[in-house]
Design a protein around this ligand. Sequence first.
Ligand code: SUG
Length: 446
Amino acid sequence: MLEANFDGLVGPTHNYAGLSEGNVASQSNAQAVSRPRLAALQGLWKMERVMALGLPQGFLPPHERPACWALRAEGFTGTDAQVIAAAARDRPTALARACSASAMWTANAATVAPAADTADGRTRLVVANLRAMPHRRMEPPQTLRILRAVFGDERGFEALPALPSDGPLGDEGAANHTRLVDARRRGLHLFVHGARADGQGPRPARHPARQTLEASREVAARLRLPPDRCLFIQQDPAVIDEGVFHNDVIAVGSEGTLLFHEQAFVGGTDAIEAIHRWVGEGFSPVCVRREELSVQEAVSTYLFNSQLVHLPGGGLFLVCPEEVRRSDRARAVVDRVLADASNPIHGVMYLDVRESMRNGGGPACLRLRVPLDAEAMARVHPGFMLDAPRAAWLRGWIERHYPEELRPADLADPRLHRRSLDALDELTRWIGVERLYPFQGAPEPW
Ligand code: SUG
């Protein structure tokens, strides 16, 4: 089985609106000038470099933005241009939400279980409801449309709608889920929550806990995973208050290896021992102590938001953000981990995804991992997979359509709307799918 990565293609309206409470980068870069073209090219380059490691690489297209349908649902009326102008005048935050390119962070698109792990032998994906943040709560219907286009072959896949977003179940998808394997290579699913929905137990004091235990349990049930292959542990609420809004900001795992900060989980070493007992022989914990790297440094460098990829020839490889290379202390952690022969992490590559980082999205946020065997791989819609010529086409498409810079006031420009929809129209024709977006007449997915 190979791990395919489906990266979110950064959308033409990528901007900094300060929409995510508890996300330090989003808050501190609010209203900065963004560079959508550079952002999309940085993301594409990452896809090409990971693909060059021998892993199948796909992409998930941007969502329709500005989302005039969302503004209409908030009461704005008239033509698209009128709706955008009225929102810009009366409710700029609603316009900023409707313009957010946040669907680029596909680690939040869904939680995935490969065919080998599910009760009926189909790869299953449960869309995340993203209920904690209003600008992200509008993503699930489009995410489901896209996942059903990519993984539409029902003999091999089932893409399921998100949990209800009007209840207490907050679900942020794969950012709070890690698939490990035991010595017999059976899949084990580690779910990490920020708090319980029933109000019991510890919870952060300042920032929202986006993932609830009850949501993780429901996702595991919908994925049809055997209960004994699932473990539910809690993120330390204190680190959420320091800016660790998803578990993938403080831990990353693959195969039998878990790279984590010592303050990541409630219970500290007890939690790691519980994981160890559960995974059994072959578990390789790689702990980073606070003396080596503080939680604050983990948040500013995004060391734990590196991709930990399992190379087809064996061994694990880190794909780190450039910010790690530029931090003496974070880079020293990487060097120490690579030099330590007791873990299978053998190599590293540093990549610049700064435009995404400035909104709190590192390399791991930008990808959804979908482990696929050859049979499942053959059932993926080929229009969403990359190779060198297709990457070159995408580069040209980005250069033709994407604005170089966006300032907050530019979101109100009706030409940005037209330009974005033209780009998506051309993209879907090239992929070979029809009626993917509301503006193309796509039906409600549920
Ligand atoms: O949900 N930022 C995203 C970043 C998501 C990172 N994903 C993972 N850790 N897996 C978020 O907070 C900021 C948008 C803005 O402020 O304009 C934003 O949505």
